[in-house]
Write a protein that binds this ligand. Structure first.
Ligand code: NAD
Length: 352
């Protein structure tokens, strides 16, 4: 066995169907009495109804927005002040959890995250924020939520299409965790279990979005994959998605879903151990193709063209991918990366 360093994040998780019923207890577990509830405008009705009559929820801010714009955070900080809140409850996906993190960064208030997608932000000390159209990312233990409630019932309303891409977005965290520069055997074990749970559950959810068993498995998988994202570094796949998303304003989870099979195919020759784990987790001799097929099974878009990337962006993205040197298990070759992006743009199967 190779030498490794292992560091774990603090995690306090309440997992179970109906666990939203433990919210009052959760607020006191983080030392709070007066919680500010956060959500997006689209989702506001559900958390408002679910928390009606709870004395620990003193007010609600329902302005959470994708990419955590700083002006929204500033408005939410005013709501914190007005409500004299002593903790935060984020109900929603990565956007709402991002807002809680941004407030916690500035106030040190404890956070309870109640995720309703599979994005995994609740398990990471990472925060992306946007100001003047520029997104910057930081890492700080201050932004890691103190407590997470995973209640499968709250994921039943996640539309089938979003469930598939959000789940494959989570798988991407675990895949890159398998070959991260700072990976370790414990993270690999968690990553393998997360990938297995999600790959098994997502096709069932696509056919039957209210299947409780599949939904529970997917949520469990999302927790594990988020843990990997929060613990070890990422590589080519995440860098490409960041670049593509930022340059062409592409949707986050769909971009991950389309690029992942191609990024794995690129890195495969350099990471035989990770590929063995993936073969086992995905029950396939060809993990890149299996993830491409998983995208089709959940009816996700297959091509970057379909989600709005212009064809002349292929060369721009290839240049950007090699511009800022970053760690990847296989050296970055501009021509091969151009080929990878061109295949993803056209929706072709990965070159395995
Ligand atoms: P999201 O939070 O942006 O949600 C998308 C839409 O779906 C919103 O309108 C939301 O209200 C709605 N929604 C969420 N759950 C729902 C449900 N169960 N039923 C019905 N509607 C629901 O989407 P996301 O993919 O969870 O998060 C994406 C954002 O999170 C991106 O900005 C990404 O950068 C960030 N992110 C951050 C991290 C991190 O570690 N910092 C990790 C993953 C994602």
């Amino acid at each position: 066995m190779r030498d490794f360093t292992y560091r774990s994040q603090n995690a306090h998780v309440l997992f179970g169907q109906g666990s939203i019923g433990r919210l009052e207890e959760a607020v006191s577990m983080v030392g709070g009495k007066r919680a500010l509830l956060l959500s997006t405008p689209q989702q506001a009705d559900q958390p408002r109804a679910l928390t009606e009559g709870l004395g620990c929820i003193v007010d609600m801010f329902d302005g959470a927005t994708m990419h955590t714009p700083v002006d929204v955070t500033e408005r939410a900080l005013e709501a914190v002040e007005t409500a004299q809140a002593d903790c935060l409850v984020a109900f929603g996906g990565g956007s709402t959890i991002g807002l809680a993190k941004a407030i916690a960064l500035r106030t040190d208030l404890p956070q309870i995250a109640i995720p309703t997608t599979y994005a995994g932000s609740e398990m990471t000390p990472i925060l992306g924020q946007t100001e003047n159209g520029r997104k910057t990312t930081l890492k700080s233990p201050k932004v890691l939520p103190e407590l997470v409630i995973y209640d499968v019932d709250l994921t039943l309303g996640l539309p089938a299409a979003m469930s598939g891409t959000s789940g494959i977005n989570a798988i991407a965290h675990a895949v890159e965790g398998l070959y991260a520069q700072d990976t370790n055997p414990v993270m690999r074990m968690i990553a393998a279990a997360g990938i297995e749970a999600l790959a098994d559950a997502l096709p069932t959810i696509a056919r039957k979005p209210d299947d409780i068993e599949a939904r529970s498995q997917a949520l469990y998988g999302a927790w594990l994959c988020g843990t990997v994202l929060g613990s070890v570094g990422m590589a080519l796949h995440h860098k490409l998605c960041h670049t593509l998303g930022g340059s062409f304003n592409l949707p986050h989870a769909e971009t991950h879903t389309i690029v992942l099979p191609h990024a794995i195919a690129y890195n495969a020759p350099a990471v035989p151990e990770a590929m063995d784990i993936l073969r086992h987790a995905l029950q396939s001799d060809d993990p890149a193709q299996a993830l491409y097929d998983l995208g089709r099974a959940v009816n996700a878009p297959a091509s970057l063209r379909d989600i709005g990337m212009p064809e002349d962006g292929i060369d721009v993205a290839a240049d950007q991918a090699v511009e800022n040197a970053y760690w990847n298990p296989r050296p970055l070759d501009r021509n091969e990366l151009r080929d990878l992006i061109a295949r993803a743009w056209a929706g072709e199967a990965p070159r395995t």
